[in-house]
Write a protein that binds this ligand. Structure first.
Ligand code: HEC
Ligand SMILES: [Cu+2]
Length: 348
């Protein structure tokens, strides 16, 4: 913690955790969120003591016995300016600090590891790109930024890990993201913090933070044998997407390889960026996303693919680099941003 002395900070947070006033700090943003909270709390206490003391002093000093006759006092511009400008400065400082922290918490770094979350009444499903599926649980390694891409299958939920000081709404029909960098191995609470029906209080789980080695072992042991992208490839073929998107000259749909992250020229002159959410939406509402030079002939797949299936398709398209064979074949133990294994050098 860079704001105050580390020794004092350790003492404070240990003490507060011990008395169950706040949860353990287990991510890189946790001490930052707590510092802001402590500052607000400290300011409130200072304000309370100041006002309380003034009330006390004035009621003694100007009591009726000593001043039976009220005296009219004209205002003081200096005094009023002081008690306006100082609090204004403090509030603006808190605003800038809060905004800085907000952007830090909600803008994931580009190299973050991806995990997908599907919320539904009343459980949390986590899907790792390597094909590990978990219910009401989440395994993550320490020391790496992890981005959650989340969606709800029914109503509004909210994914909250108090020990990481992160929380984000999980909404039907739209991906939302949150990220964190876990610092301390252990198990932590996972909550739904949006009232979502009868069993809302049961929509809880456990987040397990592992050292990088233990995490590697966990991913090897718990793979389902098929990566999300491989599931996506199967769906892509069984839904008939490949009849129009196959990269041949006769194909009626655009080439999807390399489309992820690119800027696409639309037939109405606008450009759209192929994000995860955009890919999902083109499958459900293709007529809203017609690229220049194409006819709106793609059928909608609304109601035909589950949210998990859409995630598989999105993962498949994201991983299509240059052709329609899945590059990720059988690399189920590797999460997508793990250091790539270098192929043996081929000497010319
Ligand atoms: C009947 C042919 C056809 C089928 C079947 C089809 N598409 Fe398409 N797809 C198109 C056409 C044509 C476009 C461009 C115009 C549009 O969006 O309607 C398109 C656009 C897209 C885009 C946007 C790509 C870009 O560069 O703009 C994605 C992603 C996509 N399709 C994925 C799929 C998936 C996934 C499936 C199967 C679930 C599928 N498509 C099935 C014809 C098809
Ligand atoms: Cu919920």
């Amino acid at each position: 913690m860079s704001y105050i002395s580390p020794v004092l900070w350790q003492f404070l947070t240990k003490w507060l955790t011990y008395f169950a006033i706040w949860p353990q700090e287990a991510s890189t943003v946790a001490p930052m969120a707590d510092a802001l909270y402590l500052f607000l709390w400290g300011m409130t206490v200072v304000g309370m003591i100041l006002v309380g003391a003034l009330v006390f002093v004035f009621s003694v000093r100007y009591r009726a016995q000593k001043h039976p006759e009220a005296v009219q006092i004209e205002g003081s511009t200096l005094l009023e300016a002081t008690w306006t400008i100082i609090p204004l400065g403090i509030f603006l400082f808190v605003f800038v600090w809060g905004a800085w922290l907000y952007f830090r918490i909600y803008n994931p770094p580009a190299n973050a590891m991806q995990i997908y979350i599907v919320g539904k009444q009343w459980m949390w499903k986590a899907e790792h790109p390597g094909g590990q599926h978990e219910i009401n649980a989440l395994h993550v390694p320490t020391g790496r930024p992890v981005q959650l891409t989340m969606i709800s299958q029914d109503v509004f939920h909210s994914y909250s890990i108090p020990a990481f000081r992160v929380k984000r709404e999980v909404i039907p029909g739209r991906f939302t993201t949150v990220w964190f960098n876990a610092t301390t191995p252990g198990t932590y609470h996972l909550f739904c913090t949006q009232y979502c029906g009868t069993l809302h209080s049961g929509m809880i789980g456990e987040v397990t933070v592992l050292s990088p080695d233990d995490y590697q072992r966990w991913t090897e042991q718990s793979t389902s044998g098929m990566s999300l992208a491989q599931n996506g490839e199967r769906l892509f073929n069984s839904l008939g997407c490949n009849s129009c998107h196959n990269g041949t000259a006769a194909a009626r749909g655009p080439v999807l390889a390399g489309v992820y992250g690119s800027k696409i020229q639309m037939d109405d002159g606008t450009t759209q960026i192929a994000t995860d959410g955009w890919l999902r939406d083109t499958i459900l509402n293709p007529s809203q996303h017609v690229p220049a030079g194409y006819k709106p002939i793609m059928p909608t797949y609304q109601g035909q693919v589950s949210e998990e299936g859409l995630i598989d398709l999105v993962e498949y398209i994201k991983n299509l680099k240059s052709n329609y064979r899945n590059q990720q074949t059988l690399v189920t133990t590797q999460s997508n941003n793990a250091a790539p294994t270098t192929p043996d050098m081929v000497k010319p």
